[in-house]
Ligand binder design. Sequence first.
Ligand SMILES: C[S@@+](CC[C@H](N)C(=O)[O-])C[C@H]1O[C@@H](n2cnc3c(N)ncnc32)[C@H](O)[C@@H]1O
Length: 414
Amino acid sequence: MKGLTGLVFRLTPNSQLPTPNSHQDVMNDSIQGYTISGYGRMIVDPQRTEPYVRALKAAIKPGAVVLDIGTGTGFFAVLACNFGASKVYAIEPDDAIVIAKQVAIDNHCADKIEFIQGLSSQIDLPERVDVIICDLRGVMPLYQHHLSEIADARQRHLKPGGVQIPLQDSIWGTLISNADYYTQEYSSFWEDAYGCNLSANRQFLVNTWQKHRLEPEQYLASPQLWQTLDYTQPRDSNNVAATLNWTIEQPGIVHGLGIWFDTVLAEGIGFSNAPDRPECIYGNAFVPLTEPVDLAVGDRVTVTIKANLVGDDYIWSWYTQVETGTDPHSLKADFQQSTFLSVPRSPKSLQQRSDSYVPIVNESAKIDAVTLNLMTAGKSLGEIAHQLHQQFPDRFATVAKAQSYAADLARQYR
Ligand SMILES: C[S@@+](CC[C@H](N)C(=O)[O-])C[C@H]1O[C@@H](n2cnc3c(N)ncnc32)[C@H](O)[C@@H]1O
């Protein structure tokens, strides 16, 4: 693991796996979008929604123009109209926008809302807005390209002096003692699964973190601020890093780090996902240590946490050192962990991503190339399907199968 930070990360986590940061419980795994019930669960969560509603109401002056980034099923857009907005631009890449349009009709404000399907970073607006509202987060606010998307929206779409919701998120961390959870998730099952030793899995498991509800009784030290994300400032990097330090005041066995965020939506309005606050939809993160460590009073714990956006999601790395209180030169623990190491990769698959590898393309690549060429030439899905059926009859026994294939490919590039 030494030198990991010096690597040029070319590998992204397996996109088939839900990333730990996604709201796995509200996401639709097949297309990595939200499920309808997932949108609903976010809206009915009073810890999240009530402060958002108050912040939006406070921000909207009569006649205001609002940009709702990630409108989902249209909730904030309709509320903005109810609070006096004269115009709302509601942006959403997901097909949930179909529901949002109906919701606007049902609430008699469809004439005030312009729905645009796409990502905020890909759209232009005819005017700057008075208010931007969004909730682009996973378990952590560092999620996909959201930092740069929020900065881009502010820079291109907000009037000078306009209001942005949220203003900032702060990410907190502490040391957690939770033997039951650690044993269940990272040890016991893998050591003896129906008499079978599966502990080879463990090295991957301890390099990923999980959404998990933490309890304040599990704290082994006071929470510390890891990072404040100030959304009112321009952002030139999606990489963040900071070191947390603790001198242990109560002995105990540390199993991992607990991480969560709180937010300032507007001056004096916000909410917290802290374990000692009522449970919130985002949850907390449990970040395991390679091994549990028995901490004594006076021991010094240093954890450097880094989040680097690679491809479409973050690689999280955490480096933990525990110095013995009585002898600062003696290390009780020295762990280097990263979500980069959470997915098994064979030497062959690594070699196939190196600069020198010359890809050998199979029939699927040829089908994709033909399909994309036809799309670029402006052909309809029906025309493309007939061509694919003729050219690759073994692959597409019917025109309908070819059309379904072409439609899925087109969706990736829309
Ligand atoms: C947490 S949901 C919030 C939905 C809705 N605003 C609500 O509070 O009920 C976030 C939504 O943002 C959308 N989204 C993510 N990035 C976006 C972007 N750059 N532009 C527009 N929408 C985005 C996602 O598809 C998702 O529907």
